[in-house]
Write a protein that binds this ligand. Structure first.
Ligand code: SF4
Length: 323
């Protein structure tokens, strides 16, 4: 059986159910890299130039980990998913980056550029499936099952208020007995806000402080898209909804504050989170904190920022006390 490795990084949190369903329907076995740890980051960072963003360093470490555990490492190149939107250049060139810096891995890639039309999309998927079978019907069925798995995954998270780690890894929800004294929205890309090593366990820390945490995946996609339109008129970035869309949604709903998490040196995120930050100040007057993280971010610094933010929230709501 062919073994396909999927790095537990970057687009893993958005698309694992879809990719897994597709490859398994074609008879492949899935191999996942472990959760991010210091050794993985160090091995990835050693392969790229220092100013590469933290998530890509982490990703290279995951690819390296999988190189000798599977026949292929699956790395898609996603250029765009909607008309007139653009993806970060790292995503466009991800398979080439991996081939250049981790030559020991056999990369299995696919080009996804949805605005080019359905015909090109089907051809890309068919070329990918041909690595496993010559039967076009089997590839079509695998693609249909994969798309259905993806839709179910997104709908379940939005309906039940779950985040990817609870869906993918079976992580448990916070203790319902502990009554939250505040609700905070954490916005950012899934590979930043759900990778506990990258964000120094941000969501877990907030829950331990009896804060209810909301994330972009808990919002139906239509409302994220409407949020982007409200703040910007038209999305520019492919994953704009995870930052601007979620920010716009939570600015209008009853959360007490918003925390935006951005990797140091990320161009797209610095623009997206600034739109939310400016709107949080005026007209919404919603407490907003921007956390910029890199591999040198210290735990003590993060905790101090969180505590200061929560203290500020509490001063705005004198009736509620932190447990
Ligand atoms: S969007 Fe930012 S964090 Fe994500 S891969 Fe691109 S540069 Fe890195």
């Amino acid at each position: 059986m062919v073994k396909v490795g999927i790095p537990r990084a970057l687009l893993y949190y958005q698309y694992l159910p879809m990719w897994k369903t597709f490859f398994q329907a074609l008879g492949a076995e899935i191999v996942l890299s472990p959760e991010t740890n210091r050794a993985l980051l160090a091995s990835g960072a050693a392969r790229v130039v220092p100013d590469t963003c933290l998530p890509v360093k982490v990703f290279c470490g995951h690819v390296l980990d999988l190189a000798d555990k599977c026949d292929y490492v699956f790395i898609p190149a996603i250029a765009s998913l909607h008309r007139r939107t653009h993806n970060c250049s790292k995503f466009l060139g991800l398979p080439d980056i991996a081939r250049a810096v981790v030559p020991e891995a056999r990369v299995l890639d696919v080009d996804i550029n949805t605005p080019q039309g359905q015909r090109e999309l089907y051809q890309s998927i068919y070329s990918l499936g041909r690595r496993f079978t010559w039967n076009p019907v089997k590839i079509k069925r695998a693609a249909e099952s994969a798309w259905q798995a993806h839709r179910t995954y997104l709908a379940t998270m939005a309906e039940r208020g779950l985040a990817p780690p609870q869906m993918l890894d079976g992580q448990t929800l916070p203790d319902p007995e502990a009554r939250p004294w505040a609700t905070i929205a954490v916005i950012g890309h899934p590979y930043v806000i759900y990778d506990d090593f990258i964000n120094l366990r941000l969501i877990g820390r907030l829950r331990e402080m009896h804060v209810e945490v909301k994330t972009p995946e808990m919002v139906p996609h239509t409302q994220l898209a409407e949020g982007v339109i409200r703040l910007l008129g038209h999305p520019y970035w492919t994953y704009e909804d995870e930052v601007t869309g979620a920010g716009a949604y939570y600015l209008q709903t009853g959360v007490d504050g918003i925390i935006s998490v951005t990797p140091f040196g990320c161009g797209p995120d610095s623009l997206m989170q600034d739109v939310v930050r400016r709107n949080a100040r005026e007209p919404y007057r919603k407490p907003f904190m921007s956390l910029v993280i890199d591999e040198h971010t210290a735990e003590a610094g993060l905790v101090t920022r969180l505590e200061a933010f929560l203290d500020m929230l509490q001063r705005r709501r004198p009736g509620e006390r932190q447990p």
